[in-house]
Write a protein that binds this ligand. Structure first.
Ligand code: MN
Length: 280
């Protein structure tokens, strides 16, 4: 398989900068030739981009600042752990590429993304992993999104040509205007509404949702969960239980998996990352 340049899209406020850097370290341990776009509301210093670029150049990669001017996106409701930046992924078809991989900033990448990135999913708007919790429970969505498979929006491999052809960005913005105030999971519900029956399902390995174990256990459904046999390619720290915050779960609930792994990547210096990358 010939390696492709990976177009990667992130969206984060400045408050998430340490987690973006940790994600980038995990990416650089296992990948090269990345063009990373960071959508933000002009909240990151240009010097921060210079610093990150100095590091990424060692991996034939770069980060590009993509300032969001659409104030409309700031007015949708937020949850404590989902900020306005969650909606910036709607804008990714403005990038001059045929394909891009959107990644949340509360995740880690543990290997090469090439085979995921080159996956064929023709006719679909995107490839994603089904939401791990709603896939395993009875639930009702106010706009009936429970009636078909519902994806997690933390990892989205998008066909941007198709998005532009079908004006998906405008559909997302219009739909958000209409329903964002009445949905449980913000941007994720909007994306599922617009892309229903038009997304290609990926195995859980590509977006392992680490919050699922405690949520299912809390509902008495731990039998519906079994830990992965191998380290997932993408680990996503879902729910408000983030590995950089204290574990606030009661003792009878399992702390989300892979907390230590987040700190393992976070404490790597960039020189350490170069050494790890050379050994692969
Ligand atoms: Mn997330």
């Amino acid at each position: 398989m010939m390696p492709h340049t990976l177009n990667i899209v992130l969206a984060a406020d400045n408050a998430y900068a340490p987690h973006v850097e940790t994600l980038l370290k995990s990416l650089c341990c296992h990948n090269r030739q990345m063009r990373v776009y960071l959508f933000h509301r002009n909240s990151h210093a240009p010097e921060w981009f210079d610093y990150i670029n100095q590091q990424l150049h060692n991996f034939d990669s770069e980060i590009i600042s993509a300032v969001v001017s659409q104030t409309q996106l700031d007015h949708y409701p937020n949850q404590s752990h989902i900020t306005s930046a969650a909606y910036y992924r709607f804008l990714m078809a403005t990038l001059p590429h045929d394909r891009a991989l959107y990644l949340d900033s509360d995740l880690l990448v543990t290997g090469s993304l090439q085979s995921l990135y080159q996956m064929q999913f023709s006719g679909c708007l995107l490839a994603a992993v089904q939401d791990s919790v709603t896939a395993r429970i009875d639930w009702r969505h106010p706009y009936n999104l429970h009636q078909q498979p519902y994806f997690n929006s933390g990892v989205l491999l998008a066909d941007l040509t198709q998005w532009r052809r079908e004006n998906i960005q405008q559909k997302l913005l219009d739909t958000a205007q209409k329903i964002a105030h009445n949905v449980p999971f913000g941007d994720q519900c909007i994306l599922n509404y617009v892309c229903q029956n038009r997304w290609f399902p990926l195995p859980e390995h590509y977006n392992y949702q680490a919050g699922m174990e405690w949520v299912l256990t809390n509902r008495g459904l731990s039998r519906k969960f079994s830990p992965p046999k191998n380290l997932p390619l993408i680990i996503h720290y879902t729910t408000a239980q983030k590995p950089w915050l204290p574990n606030t779960l009661p003792e009878h609930l399992p702390a989300p998996a892979y907390r230590q792994l987040y700190w393992k990547y976070r404490q790597l210096s960039w020189a350490d990352v170069r050494a790890v990358a050379q050994n692969i």
